[in-house]
Design a protein around this ligand. Structure first.
Ligand code: GLC
Length: 524
């Protein structure tokens, strides 16, 4: 074995608890909404699939204005999802099965129903007034600056249309919210806020969690002058541009806190700055985030040139500073890869990017089934950010209820009769089995898990790369075109270990990729 921490080689499976699984007939929670017990009941399936860790989106007490990303108590489970005892049981059962558990930590803001904000809003003289960012109106009236909120306006998730400030008529002051008005921003320059959020981390670390996905972490440090940037004036949501040096001081403290616990605890930060060069500093000198999401690939179309650029950016900006990359092709905020890339063949090939490039992979539940986004009509839409489609429930089997005891909170993704877990488990040719084979290949190969990456010369439309770790080698090739492509390789004796369509696995490499096909090749 190599000495690398688990989170470098691991594959983290993201669960959106509302949509994953309910607790079964007569189970606790709200009908049609997933629970922690529902997750626990499916742990054996996730072991069968072969992921290393789970990341749970928020399950804390919340009025659900942003479906849990508006937290009103960071240290308790919302009754919708179960109880703290359910969480402890889930954690223990996951650990028994060798699965790590990361949880979401929402530190930039709270719910407007959080007792801290209720207190803060109660009076300008409240002891908690300075926990949030209250300001007088601009001279002449109106919001204190031009910062825009992430959601609001047209109902899409683009944001930038409404101010990031809401007036509190009682005091005549505005409070800052980079997201919904129901999500007021905490003031991290105020020491008691820092201490309180550290205590939240300790609460869960003491319970045994393996780490955190830190929500909107690049946003916690704010320019004390709250000055406009050029992007704010262009109508960009501030949540995608806020990049203040004070955040790095906070991250160093957070790193010290986590690393003070035994057992390779990890913090992966949502650094929603859509530029890899801007993400790199959030790793510090190995003393800030352990991992940071690098989102440009998530917004990259099915185009070989665009993907080459993304790889080059990782090589240019992350590699020199020793920052271990992350790969994300789907999450609860964006259309699924199957929907974005337009075909199942491409979604299958995309899995080789996610799991075959160098870095920690984050697989969003349902992408391993090749699910498409649900069609959510206006009468069924519930998310203020327009993200319902990718949050459709997971169909567990082909029965009319697809394994749920009640009709779920959102419509099914297309084709649940076939695109469900049970049917795909029975079909060795399914997208699910492809992911299982890829995960097994990755687990068995130090080169795929940890190896250096070198992009190889390849014919037009093909991205090919080698992975090497000590004596272990793999070659991965992805055909981005709808036509077959020859891919000659140096050295003889390559064998197809995994193919996106299953063709030729275990046989010598033919030197030719099919349309939209991807392969992992192993030395023969
Ligand atoms: C992050 C989450 C998103 C949430 C937002 C506000 O971007 O991924 O779902 O709405 O933060 O907490």
């Amino acid at each position: 074995m190599t000495g690398a921490p688990w989170w470098r080689s691991g594959v983290v499976y993201q669960i959106y608890p509302r949509s994953f699984a309910d607790a079964g007939p007569g189970g606790a929670g709200r009908p049609g909404v997933g629970t922690l017990e529902g997750i626990r009941r499916h742990l054996d399936h996730l072991v069968w699939l072969g992921v290393d860790a789970l990341w749970l989106s928020p399950f804390y007490r919340s009025p659900m204005a942003d479906f849990g990303y508006d937290v009103s108590d960071h240290c308790d489970v919302d009754p919708t999802f179960g109880t703290l005892a359910d969480f402890d049981r889930l954690l223990a059962d996951a650990h028994d099965r060798g699965l790590r558990v990361l949880i979401d930590w929402v530190a930039n803001h709270t719910s407007d129903q959080h007792p801290w904000f209720v207190d803060s809003r109660s009076s300008p003289r409240s002891p908690r007034r300075s926990w949030y960012l209250w300001r007088d109106p601009a001279p002449g009236g109106g919001p204190p600056n031009h910062w825009r909120a992430a959601f609001g306006g047209g109902g899409g998730d683009g944001g930038g249309e409404v101010p990031a400030w809401t007036l509190d008529p009682a005091s005549g002051q505005y409070y800052l919210h980079l997201f919904l008005p129901e999500q007021p921003d905490l003031d991290w320059s105020h020491r008691p806020v820092v201490e309180a959020l550290h205590d939240v981390l300790r609460f869960w670390l003491d319970r045994g969690v393996d780490g955190f996905r830190a929500d909107a972490i690049h946003a916690i440090g704010k320019d004390p002058a709250l000055a406009d940037g050029p992007d704010d004036l262009a109508g960009q949501p501030r949540s995608s541009t806020n990049d203040h040096p004070s955040t790095h001081e906070h991250l160093r403290e957070l790193r010290t806190l986590l690393d003070g616990y035994p057992g390779e605890r990890v913090m992966v930060g949502e650094v929603y700055l859509l530029d890899t060069a801007k993400v790199a500093p959030y790793y510090g000198d190995g003393d800030e985030l352990h991992l940071a999401f690098n989102f440009p690939p998530l917004f990259t179309p099915w185009d070989v040139g665009a993907w080459r650029s993304r790889l080059a950016e990782v090589e240019r900006h992350l590699h020199p500073v020793g920052a271990w990359p992350t790969w994300v092709l789907g999450n609860h905020d964006n259309p699924r890869p199957r929907t974005r890339f337009g075909s199942e063949a491409r979604a299958r090939a995309a899995a080789f990017l996610l799991l075959g490039l160098q870095g920690t992979a984050f697989l969003y539940a349902g992408d391993e089934l090749g699910l498409e986004d649900a069609e959510v009509g206006p009468e069924e839409a519930v998310d203020p950010g327009g993200r319902d489609g990718c949050r459709a429930p997971i169909p567990w089997d082909a029965s009319p209820g697809h394994g749920w005891a009640a009709r779920p909170w959102l419509p099914w993704p297309p084709g649940p009769d076939l695109r469900n877990v049970a049917s795909q488990r029975q079909d060795p040719g399914s997208v699910l089995h492809l992911h299982r084979r890829l995960l097994a290949a990755r687990r068995a190969s130090p080169a795929l898990r940890l190896g250096d990456l070198e992009v190889l010369d390849a014919p037009e439309g093909v991205l090919a790369w080698s992975r090497v770790h000590a004596a272990d080698r793999r070659t991965v090739a992805v055909n981005f075109t709808g036509a077959p492509r020859p891919v000659p390789l140096d050295g003889d004796g390559w064998v197809v270990e995994v193919a996106s369509d299953g063709a030729g696995e275990g046989r010598p490499w033919s030197g030719r990729l099919g349309a939209d096909q991807a392969v992992v090749l192993a030395p023969g």
